[in-house]
Design a protein around this ligand. Structure first.
Ligand code: S6P
Ligand code: ZN
Length: 190
């Protein structure tokens, strides 16, 4: 006999990204130590320790076949030339895919295979991004207002932050002379 769970319907606040009843996670700059290239700029900004992003997650038990969903509110800002970003991760079960949907603001997603092949997908309200199995993914706020999006992912996907924390992505997303640029990450090692 199947133990039926109850369906859920919630309204995401499209201005703030809040999902009523969701679990809230806050990531401050101090949670992102070692992630940004410019350590001097990082330490200077750390005096205020700003919130870089918040996640509102509706998560189920980590079982195959079920789905989670979560909004992320990624604040505008930079550490040196680098735009604020989420930590970025592979899934602990690396073959699990994911869908993102842009709600507000502007930014993009950096994706990377374990071999270091990188893709950059610009995002704004209405953009749907398909994250294929095996690709690490990080979102970046390239605008001057909060960048808000919804993610839908398998409940058993999990997060593997380790290799991104150690090596980062092969590309950095920076602002230079008023332009958004992707440059090689000097700390990236194959
Ligand atoms: C989960 C999904 C998102 C991120 C969130 C924060 O699979 O990709 O909900 O968890 O955007 O990013 P991160 O890299 O700190 O988990
Ligand atoms: Zn994910």
């Amino acid at each position: 006999m199947v133990a039926y769970k109850r369906p859920i319907g919630v309204n995401v606040d499209l201005e703030t990204g809040v999902i009523p009843g969701a679990k809230k996670l806050v990531r401050r700059l101090s949670d992102l130590r070692g992630y940004f290239l410019d350590e001097e700029a990082y330490n200077e900004l750390l005096k205020d320790d700003p919130v870089v992003y918040e996640v509102y997650a509706m998560e189920q038990e980590e079982k195959e076949g079920d789905l989670n969903f979560a909004t992320t509110v990624l604040y505008p800002g930079r550490v040196g030339k680098e735009f604020f970003f989420t930590k970025g991760h592979y899934h602990a079960k690396p073959n699990r895919a994911e869908i993102y949907y842009g709600i507000k603001g502007e930014g993009g997603m950096l994706l990377q295979t374990p071999e270091g092949e990188v893709e950059w997908i610009p995002m704004k309200a209405g953009t749907v991004v398909y994250v294929p199995p095996y690709w690490a993914h990080r979102t970046v706020n390239t605008g001057d207002e909060p960048f808000i999006f919804l993610a839908i992912y398998p409940a058993d996907a999990g997060h593997d932050y380790g290799s991104i924390k150690e090596r980062g992505f092969a590309k950095l997303v920076i602002e230079e002379n008023g332009e958004i640029k992707l440059i090689d990450n000097p700390r990236w090692k194959d």
